[in-house]
Design a protein around this ligand. Sequence first.
Ligand code: CU
Length: 644
Amino acid sequence: MKFNLVQTLVFVFCLISVQIYGIQDANGKRIVSKYERIMQMYPQLTTGGGESSQWRAAEKDMRHPCKRDCSDQQPMTCYYYMVVHYDDTMAETCKRYLQSKFRFKLGGKEYLDGIMLEENLGATDCKYADGLESQVMVVNGQLPGLAIEVCLGDTVVADVINSMHETTTVHWHGMHQRMTPFMDGVPHVTQYPIEAGQAFRYRFEVDHGGTNWWHSHTEHQRAFGLAGPLVVRMPPRLNPHAHLYDFDLSEHVIMIQDWVHNFVESVAENILINGRGRNLKKGVTSKPTLYAHFPVVRGGRYRFRVIFNGVSNCPISFSVDQHDLVVIASDGNDIEPVEVQRIMFHGAERFDFVLHANQEVANYWIRVKGYSFCAKNQLHQEAVLHYRDADPRSLDTHILTYAYDAPGTTLNELGDDNSMTANGNGRSISLADLNAQRQELELQPAVTYYTSMNAFEVRQGEGFRFQMDDISFSMPKMSLLQTRNLGVGQFFCNRTQQAELGFNCRQRHCRCSNVIQVPANQQVEFVVYSLSNTPHPVHLHGYTFRVVGMGTLGEEKIGQIEQIDRRSPLPRRRRGAPLKDSVQVPAFGYTILRFFSNSPGYWMFHCHISPHSENGMAAVVRVGEDVEMKMCPVSNCGLCSSVA
Ligand SMILES: [Cu+2]
C-alpha cells in the first residue's frame, strides 16, 4: 500500500513536471519543438474591439466553437491562425510516443498502441508519419493540418503566416468562392503568392457543403504536409442522408496521402493515413509501427469522410475488412446511396460512406492500396477500425499483403486497361453511373469545348512535358484577376491563337499561359480527353460540375474524338448525373462535364497529379468578361488593422 502510494506520487509528480517543463533531454534541458519556437516568433495576437471581436477562435484546449451542431442556423465567423513552417517528423518531442508503456510486440515486430496514445497525449505537435525522420512543411506543427469544421453559411477568416523561405498560398478545395473569386488561393491567377515572412488573410463565405479540404496550391508543398480537412456540415433539412447514420464525428475524418521523405517529390515511398503508417523502407532500423485508429461502438452507424490528397500518379483503393461501405456523397455532393465493398480514389476526390459496426467486437483492417506508380513499389497502408472493448493489441498483421483485394463491388474503377484493378469476379460501378440525390434534367449546352490532356516528348529520352489543349501551361508573371483591367489579355494564348501564329502544337512544343474563354451565365460543356496511357484526375476551380459521360475510345480513335462526337454524339446522361469537382479522365478515354457558368472569374482547370500540373497540365478558364467579375480589394491588408 505504502509502495503504491509512493508510486502514485512519483507518477503524479512526473505528470506535473511534464506539464510544466515539457519534454527534457538527457541533461534535463527542456526540449523546445520547432513549432513552439515558431509560435514565439509569430504569436497569435488577441484582437481588440471592432468587427473582429465577434469572430470565434479556437479555445486554449484547441476546441473551436465553430465545430458544432449545425441545426441552429446561426452563421458564425470562424477564425483560424495558420502558421506555415518547416518542421520534422519523429523530432525530439516525439519521444513520449516511444515510451515503453505504449509499446507491444507482435510476431517479432514492435508496435505502438494507438488507442492508448490518443487517450494519454491529446494535443501535441509530434508528427509520427511512418516512424522515419524527415523534413516536412506543416501548419501549426500538425500532420495532416488542422481540420476546419464549420456549418454551411459560416464565414471563414484564416490568417496564413508564411514563416518558410519560399512562397505559398492556400486553396480551399470545394469552395466556390462565388462572392470572393480572389480568395481561391491560386498564385498568379487569383492572388499574388504569399512571400516568405509575410501574411495573407483569407476571408470567404462557406458556400458549398460536405467533405472538402484545404491545401497549398504552390508547387509540390501539399506533398510535404500542407493540407488538411475542411468539413462543412449541413442543417438537417438540407441533409437527405441524416437518417442513415447515428454519428458524424471528427474522429472519422480520414485523410490519405502518398508520402515522400525530405522534399524529394519524384516517387512516392509510402502512403499515410491521418499522418501515420507502417514504415516500408527496407534495411532501416525501424521505429515501432503506429497505425491510425478509428474507434466505433458495436451497433452504431457511422458517417466516415475520406479525403485523398493524392500527389503523384498514385490512385488508391480503400476497403474495410468484413464491412460494407454505403457511399452517400462525393466531393461534398449527395448521391443516391450505393453499397460497395471497395472505393477507388483519384487525386483530390472525396467519398463519404456509412459504416454499420455490426460485426463481432474486434479490430478490423482498413486497407489502402496504391496503383500506377505506387504499384511499382507495391505500396499499401493500413489503419485500424477499433470496436470498443476489443484489445487494441490484437492485430493480425500477417494477413497484410499488397496482393489482397477486397471481394465484392468496386466503385470508381481506374480507367486504365493495362492495370485493370477489377478483382476477377467483382462487380464494378462507374462514377458516371452514380445518381445525384437531387435529380435534375440536363440542359442542352450552349457551347462545347474539347480539351485534351497529354504528355509531350520534346526530344526522345528527355522526359515528358505535360499539356492541356497541346499547350504546356506557364504561370503568367502578373496575377490575372488582379490585373484584369490593365490589358493583360494580350499575354494570353490558346490553341486557336497558336495555330494562327503558324504553330502546330502537336509537332512543336507550345508553352504559354493558356486561357480558355467561356461565356458567363451559359450551360457549358467540356469534353476532356486523355491522349496518354494513364488516367488523369481533372479539377475545375470555382464550380461543381455534372459528370454526364465517361468512357474510353482507345489509342487509335481518341485523337478524333471531336469529329466522332459531332458525327454521332457520345453517350450522355439526360438526368441525375453526379456532381463533382474532381474526376478521372480515363486513359485514351474521355469525361464529359457540364456546369452553368454563373460565377465570372479566372478559374484554374488542371490535373491534380502534382508533377503533371506543375509541368504544364493546366489551363485557366476565364468565365465572362473582366467587367463582370467581382471587384478585388486593392491589397490584402486586413491584417494590418488587427495586428497594429
Ligand atoms: Cu495528370
